[in-house]
Write a protein that binds this ligand. Structure first.
Ligand SMILES: Cc1ncc(COP(=O)(O)O)c(C=O)c1O
Length: 372
């Protein structure tokens, strides 16, 4: 799967500098506002962003934290997950979903995914639930909703809260509501390359539950109830003022950027006709935000080499499933445990996808894929 070091990549997989250039004036002014104010942690920008982001998702509260991983970690703790518990989540996910579970002291109970949506298969969820399961953590992978209705129904019937991992799902919808508005709480990442990305690490937990929001505000800030009065043991995990100011500028453009991603996906969907390539399926239950445009191909590594030779960047999300990672060998789940997730890891390839990609570039990607 080596790409020749000298092959000129003319269409990058992603390019955040193009986005900055398109909004530099507003971004520079927002950062300067923070520098002039001289207040960097838990101030006006974070408060305003939390209000604006909660309104965008359609929930009562957003609590800014240090990263998406910490958003999941703190949401699980706020929902009552403690050492020795189990959390059911998708086997086909980014490793930090599971890092957050283990940092809360719990064990992940992995659930295989649906072949076409790449997301948790609700029909396999109950088999993963035990008396120790204290949360269900569906992941909206690549920017498309997991099938939430049956997952929420199982959670309700078994008395287990659902916490959504929306790290890749900003602005995507399920049955008319934004992702993040369904679970007891939901975790977002603002990692720079996300559909809503900061200029560093950042994250947020959203919730309609006043008590959970209150707990999260204490958990992220050393367990403080008010200055120097600590009513719980906590962490240091706060979205900072500069990142919040950047995110406020970008939040205003998020809907337009997501629409542009869908236009690029439409160019790919229409143009790619190579029978070796399986294009991503859009579920009828909602709108995809195309955080990633992920195709499948049995000869994925050859496809990637071919694209590289034609100057088209690509990435694999993700080449090794969590249960086969060395760090999680303790799960004792050998190859064969989650066959669909394993096949995804062998076959998926993400094509260039970012709002500033031009139509011409998207058509060049189509040509490169069709000529494989
Ligand atoms: C599905 C998923 N969950 C969790 C995370 C963790 O987010 P962060 O990188 O902000 O910690 C990410 C992003 O990397 C992700 O894609």
């Amino acid at each position: 799967m080596t790409i020749e070091p000298n092959s000129p990549v003319t269409i990058p997989f992603g390019d955040l500098s193009r986005q900055y250039r398109s909004i530099a004036g507003d971004i520079d002014a927002a950062i300067k506002r923070v520098l002039d104010r001289g207040w960097f942690i838990l101030g006006e920008e974070v408060e305003s962003f939390e209000r604006e982001f909660a309104a965008y998702v359609g929930v009562r509260h957003a609590v800014g934290v240090g990263s998406g991983t910490e958003a999941i970690h703190l949401a699980l703790i706020a929902a009552g997950v403690s050492p020795g518990d189990e959390v059911a989540t998708a086997a086909n996910t980014c490793v930090p979903t599971v890092s957050a579970i283990t940092f809360a002291g719990a064990a992940p109970a992995l659930v295989d995914v649906c072949e076409r949506s790449f997301n948790m298969d609700p029909s396999k969820l109950e088999a993963a639930i035990t008396s120790r399961t204290k949360a269900i953590l569906p992941v909206h992978l690549y920017g498309q909703a997991a099938d939430l209705d049956p997952i929420l129904e199982i959670g309700r019937r078994r008395g287990i809260p659902v916490i959504e991992d929306v790290a890749q799902g900003h602005g995507a919808t399920y049955r008319g509501k934004k992702l993040g508005a369904y679970g007891l709480a939901a975790a977002f990442s603002f990692y720079p390359s996300k559909n809503l990305g900061a200029f560093g690490d950042g994250g947020a937990v959203v919730t309609d539950d006043d008590e959970i929001a209150d707990r999260l505000r204490r958990l992220r800030n050393y367990g403080e109830e008010r200055r120097y009065f600590h009513t719980t043991k906590g962490f240091n995990s706060r979205l900072d003022e500069i990142q919040a100011a950047v995110l406020r500028v970008k939040l205003e453009r998020l809907e337009d950027w997501n629409s542009r991603r869908r236009e690029i996906a439409a160019i790919y969907n229409q143009g790619i006709t190579n029978p070796r390539i399986l294009k991503p399926a859009e579920m009828e239950s909602g709108t995809h935000n195309y955080h990633l445009y992920v195709v499948r191909c049995e000869r994925r590594d050859d496809l990637r080499t071919h694209l590289g030779s034609m100057g088209v960047g690509s990435l694999i999300h993700y080449p090794i499933p969590v249960h086969l990672q060395k760090a999680y060998s303790e799960l004792g789940q050998a190859r064969g445990s989650f066959p669909i997730s394993e096949r995804c890891s062998d076959e998926v390839l993400s094509l260039p996808m970012f709002p500033e990609l031009s139509d011409d570039e998207a058509l060049q990607v189509v040509n490169a894929v069709n000529s494989f």
